[in-house]
Design a protein around this ligand. Structure first.
Ligand code: MEZ
Length: 511
C-alpha cells in the first residue's frame, strides 16, 4: 500500500491522543528496553580491535577495519614540507573554524586544510539548536547535571556572546531577548536556535569570519597521515590533493584534528543524517600515531530520520518537532513512548515497534513509524510548523509532501559518534601537540548526548584547542611517518584495507 494511504489512522486518532500523557521510562525498564533493542547492544556487530592503543577493546566491525587499516602513503614519500605553519587545523566545519579563529586571534600563523569545502560538515546539518544556560531559572550547574563536562557548560554563555558578536542571528522573543527552547532530556529550556537552520547559520558566520581574517585555506585536501618526531610529538600531516591525487606534507608546531563524525560508515547498515565526508578520518589518523580512543563502542541513533520519500532516507527530522509536541504513532495509531525521553530510549522504542510488527512498511520495504507533524498546528495554531521549522517544511515540499497536513514516516538514523579520541581539558590528545575538537573527540557526552550539546562542544573545544595550540611555540622538529605500518604488517594487515576512507563507498553492486 502507498504510504499516503496508511496515514489515515494518524488523522483519525489525533483527537484522542491529544489528551494522553505518557510517563518517561523508569531506570530498570529503560535498561531492559535498550539492551534488547538499541543497536549498540547487537553483539554480532562488534569485534575486538586487534592491535594499536585500543587493542582488545570492542568496536563495530566497520570501524575496527579502518583502525587496523594500512596507510596509503608511499613509504618512500619525500617529507620535505610544502608549507610550514604554527597551527595546522584539519577540518573545515564548526570545530575547525572555531579553532582556527581562536588560534589566529592569539597571533599564530594558521592554515586550515579540509577534504571538501570550508563549511561542508555535520555542523550545517545540526538543526535543533545549541544548549547554553542563559535563562533566568537556569545555570551552568543545572546544565552540568544534565550533561557531563564542566568546562563545556561553564563556557556556554561566553561562546554565545562571541557568536552574537560575529553576527549569528539567534531567534529572539517579542521583547528582543534571546529565545530559549527546551530539548529532550533537559531539565530547563536552554536551546538557542536559528529556527531549524541553527548549524547552517552558525557555519555561515564562522565561514565568513575565517575568510575575513584571511586564514590560509586549503580545500579539497584530504589528510591521510599524521607526522611525528619519532618521540611522541605530532609535527604535521601528509595530505592528498583530491584534484591531482598528489601527496604533500605540511609541517606544524601543533595540529588540531576537527574531522567530524563517522555516519557515512553506515554502521550496521543504518542510514545517516551525516554529511558526505563523515567517514571518521581523524580516528584512523590519531590512532596510527598512538592516540587512545574512548567509548568507541557507542553511537547515537537519532530517533527521527526520514524514511519516505526514499531520496531523504536517513535525513534528520529535528527533535525540535517533538519538543513542541509532535507525537510518535505506530502503525496501529497508538503512541508508544514519551517523545521527550532520552534518545536511546526513544530510538529503542521505535525499533521495538517495528520489530514486533507495529511499524509501517513502504512500497520499497523500509519500516518506520509516524511523526504526527500536523499536530503542532492543531495545538499551537495554524502556521506554527511553517514558522518554527521552515527547513523541514521545505525539505519535504521538494517531494510534494506537505508535513503541515500529513504526518511523516521516520526511523532511527545514525547521527553521532559518542566516542572518539581521548582529550584533556584543552583538547590535547595523548600525543603531544595533537589536539582534537568536536565530534572526532570522545568522552564528553557519555553514551547518550543531549540534543544541542554538540554545537556547544565544538565551539568550546574549538576555542580551547585553538588557544592552547597557539601557545606551542617550540622549535619544530622534522616530521617522520609513523611506525604503525610495521605493526599492521606484523598482524597481517597490509594493503588489503587502507584508511582513512575519505568517502563512502556507494558503488552500485549487482544483487
Ligand atoms: O544536537 C543535535 O543532535 C540536534 C540539535 C539534533 C536535532 O534533532 O535537531
Amino acid at each position: 500500500m502507498q504510504v499516503e494511504a496508511l496515514q489515515d489512522l494518524v488523522h483519525k486518532t489525533r483527537e484522542a491522543r491529544r489528551k494522553q500523557t505518557l510517563p518517561k521510562h523508569p531506570p530498570h525498564e529503560r535498561d531492559t528496553l535498550i539492551r534488547k533493542y538499541h543497536p549498540d547492544f547487537r553483539e554480532s556487530a562488534y569485534r575486538p580491535i586487534k592491535f594499536g592503543p585500543n587493542a582488545g577493546d570492542l568496536t563495530v566491525r566497520e570501524l575496527a577495519c579502518l583502525l587496523e587499516g594500512d596507510s596509503p602513503v608511499p613509504a618512500d614519500l619525500d617529507l620535505t614540507p610544502a608549507h610550514s605553519v604554527d597551527v595546522l587545523v584539519i577540518g573545515g566545519g564548526g570545530a575547525g573554524s572555531s579553532a582556527a579563529l581562536h588560534a589566529h586571534a592569539r597571533g599564530a600563523q594558521v592554515m586550515l586544510a579540509t577534504k571538501l569545502r570550508l563549511g561542508d560538515s555535520n555542523t550545517v546539518m545540526a538543526q535543533g539548536g545549541m544548549q547554553v544556560a542563559i535563562a533566568d531559572e537556569d545555570s551552568p550547574v543545572q546544565h552540568f547535571l544534565d550533561t557531563l563536562k564542566k568546562v563545556m557548560v561553564e563556557e556556554g554563555p561566553s561562546i554565545a556572546r562571541w557568536l552574537l558578536g560575529l553576527g549569528v542571528l539567534f531567534d529572539r522573543d517579542s521583547d528582543g531577548n534571546l529565545h530559549v527552547k527546551k530539548g529532550g532530556g533537559s531539565s530547563k529550556p536552554r536551546l538557542l536556535t536559528c529556527s531549524d537552520y541553527t548549524g547552517l547559520e552558525l557555519m555561515r558566520v564562522l565561514k565568513d569570519e575565517v575568510l575575513n581574517q584571511k586564514i590560509q585555506l586549503l580545500e579539497f585536501s584530504a589528510a591521510i597521515e599524521l607526522l611525528s618526531d619519532g618521540n611522541g610529538t605530532c609535527t604535521g600531516a601528509v595530505f592528498q590533493d583530491l584534484d591531482n591525487k598528489r601527496f604533500f606534507t605540511i609541517a606544524a608546531k601543533a595540529v588540531i584534528l576537527a574531522t567530524g563524525g563517522i555516519g557515512r560508515l553506515h554502521i550496521q547498515g543504518f542510514p545517516t543524517s551525516n554529511h558526505y565526508g563523515a567517514t571518521g578520518d581523524g580516528l584512523s589518523l590519531a590512532y596510527r600515531l598512538g592516540a587512545k580512543l574512548l567509548q568507541i563502542d557507542t553511537f547515537q541513533y537519532h530517533p527521527t530520520g526520514a524514511v519516505y520519500p526514499e531520496q531523504l532516507l536517513g535525513a534528520l527530522v529535528t527533535e525540535g518537532i517533538r519538543s513542541e509536541g509532535g507525537q510518535l504513532v505506530n502503525g496501529k495509531g497508538e503512541r508508544f513512548v514519551n517523545e521527550l525521553d532520552t534518545r536511546d530510549v526513544v530510538s529503542s522504542s521505535i525499533i521495538r515497534e517495528c520489530e514486533e510488527g507495529r511499524g509501517v512498511r513502504t512500497a520499497t520495504g523500509h519500516l518506520g513509524v509516524w511523526l504526527d507533524t500536523p499536530l503542532l498546528d492543531v495545538e499551537h495554531g495554524a502556521g506554527t510548523l511553517e514558522k518554527h521549522f521552515p527547513a523541514m517544511v521545505r525539505q519535504y515540499k521538494r517531494y510534494k509532501l506537505d508535513i503541515t497536513k500529513d504526518p511523516v514516516l521516520i526511523y532511527p538514523t545514525l547521527h553521532y559518534q559518542n566516542g572518539g579520541v581521548q582529550i584533556d581539558v584543552n583538547g590535547e590528545s595523548g600525543i603531544k601537540n595533537l589536539f582534537v575538537a568536536g565530534e572526532a573527540s570522545g568522552g564528553l557526552h557519555g553514551r547518550n548526548r543531549l540534543m544541542g550539546n554538540s554545537l556547544l562542544d565544538l565551539m568550546v573545544f574549538g576555542k580551547r584547542s585553538g588557544t592552547e595550540a597557539a601557545s606551542r611555540v617550540g622549535s619544530m622538529p622534522h616530521g617522520r611517518l609513523t611506525r604503525f605500518r610495521a605493526e599492521a604488517k606484523k598482524n597481517g594487515r597490509t594493503g588489503a584495507i587502507t584508511s582513512p576512507m575519505l568517502f563512502p563507498d556507494y558503488t552500485r553492486r549487482e544483487t
